[in-house]
Ligand binder design. Structure first.
Ligand SMILES: Cc1cc2nc3c(=O)[nH]c(=O)nc-3n(C[C@H](O)[C@H](O)[C@H](O)COP(=O)(O)OP(=O)(O)OC[C@H]3O[C@@H](n4cnc5c(N)ncnc54)[C@H](O)[C@@H]3O)c2cc1C
Ligand code: FES
Length: 334
């Protein structure tokens, strides 16, 4: 098993032959910076000073040609082929409260949420704890590379991890999940990962902003907040956007929570101008959130998830509104 050593320090850890440098560091309790885990964001870049690695995703967009020339690599995609010496700065906020574990899980149930979003319920072989809003990597048979999906439920002793997944046209992983996987089938699961988890201690009202594929982690955060005695008395506003009325979902899950309608409020948003008979909000999620909450945004803890363009628009709006970055939580989807 290769040993990974950090230059200029006494930090070193073991990385299993089929693991990556970043994931093995998190398993060892180290704060290796990261975000997406699939080679897209570049947050896990490190300098490879000595040793050989294999890149799981050779064309990963998170690494530029210049990075590569300078000896930089992606921790989430680097599988060591020998002992390695690396240069990087660990950060305590990335240390996992519940270190990620690789194992297998059985598909126990599925249910349709909309015409293109489905909930997939898996039971882990070995229950592992997670924080509301975190995600896991799913390894699907015949699909190259792991895919990240956020849990929609909350921590439980039964090892039940539920994922609400939007079908992507011609998508490799979603095609497999929607068309080929049956109840009783087994897949690989690795997690939990992610920094956009519910901050129980924050003491502020919550705003959750989601669109399309971003439903799952926002439902998880809302469920955890609704169940938290420390959060009692505070409010949650949940904005969910889709293109058309048939894309809108999530209200039934929130309506099952205590204090729905008083402390938990749901705001559906449709973006298509020509949607007839729609009586909810119209526009994009960031526009409606700005209209609804205005200056209140600065006093809230804000969680968001969804397609990359939506995420960028929300981020810009929050910066323009002067919301302190420490109150904003998201793991960018790719
Ligand atoms: C942190 C995070 C959380 C997410 N949570 C959810 C969620 O809760 N629900 C949901 O519907 N979607 C979620 N996504 C998006 C999801 O991971 C997939 O990108 C999406 O389902 C499309 O996958 P696909 O294989 O069907 O499509 P494809 O078009 O085949 O693949 C698209 C994506 O897969 C990744 N990818 C492609 N090739 C490789 C490879 N070799 N190795 C690794 N990655 C590769 C890339 O990120 C690419 O953007 C999340 C993404 C991230 C990063
Ligand atoms: S590229 Fe590795 S965490 Fe995003």
């Amino acid at each position: 098993m290769p040993t990974i050593a950090v230059k200029g320090s006494d930090i070193q850890w073991q990385c299993a032959d089929d693991d990556t440098i970043m994931r093995s560091a998190l398993r060892a309790g180290l704060g290796f910076p990261y975000e997406c885990n699939v080679g897209s964001c570049g947050n896990c870049r490190f300098d490879l000073l000595d040793g050989d690695i294999e890149e799981l995703r050779a064309d990963a967009p998170g690494l530029s040609a210049r990075d590569r020339e300078r000896g930089r690599r992606l921790g989430c995609q680097a599988r060591p082929l020998s002992d390695c010496t690396v240069k990087l700065r660990f950060m305590p906020q990335y240390e996992s409260r519940f270190p990620p574990v690789r194992q297998s899980a059985v598909l126990s149930a599925v249910r349709d949420i909309t015409h293109d979003i489905r909930e997939f319920r898996f039971t882990l072989d070995r229950p592992v704890r997670f924080l509301a809003g975190q995600y896991a990597l799913l390894d699907l048979p015949g699909v190259a590379g792991s895919r990240a999906y956020s849990m929609a439920n909350t921590d439980n002793d039964a090892g039940e991890w539920h994922f609400q997944i939007r079908r992507v046209p011609n998508g490799a992983a979603t095609g497999k999940l929607f068309d080929a996987l049956s109840v009783g089938d087994r897949i690989g699961v690795d997690g939990p990962y992610g920094m956009a988890y519910f901050r129980e201690e924050a003491g502020r009202d919550i705003i959750c902003l989601a669109g399309g594929s971003g439903l799952s982690p926002m439902v998880s955060v809302t469920r955890a907040a609704a169940a938290s005695p420390r959060f009692a008395g505070r409010s949650i506003d949940f904005v969910y956007g889709g293109r058309r009325a048939r894309d809108i979902c999530g209200e039934d899950m929130l309506a099952a929570l205590p204090r729905f309608g008083t402390h938990i409020r749901y705001h559906p948003v449709v973006s298509a101008d020509d949607e007839e008979g729609w009586s909810g909000h119209r526009g994009f999620v960031h526009e409606v959130a700005e209209r609804l909450f205005c200056d209140r945004l600065r006093d809230c803890e804000i969680y968001f998830a969804g397609p990359p363009l939506m995420g960028q628009a929300i981020q810009k709006m929050l910066v323009d509104r002067g919301v302190p970055p420490a109150q904003v939580h998201f793991d960018q989807f790719y």
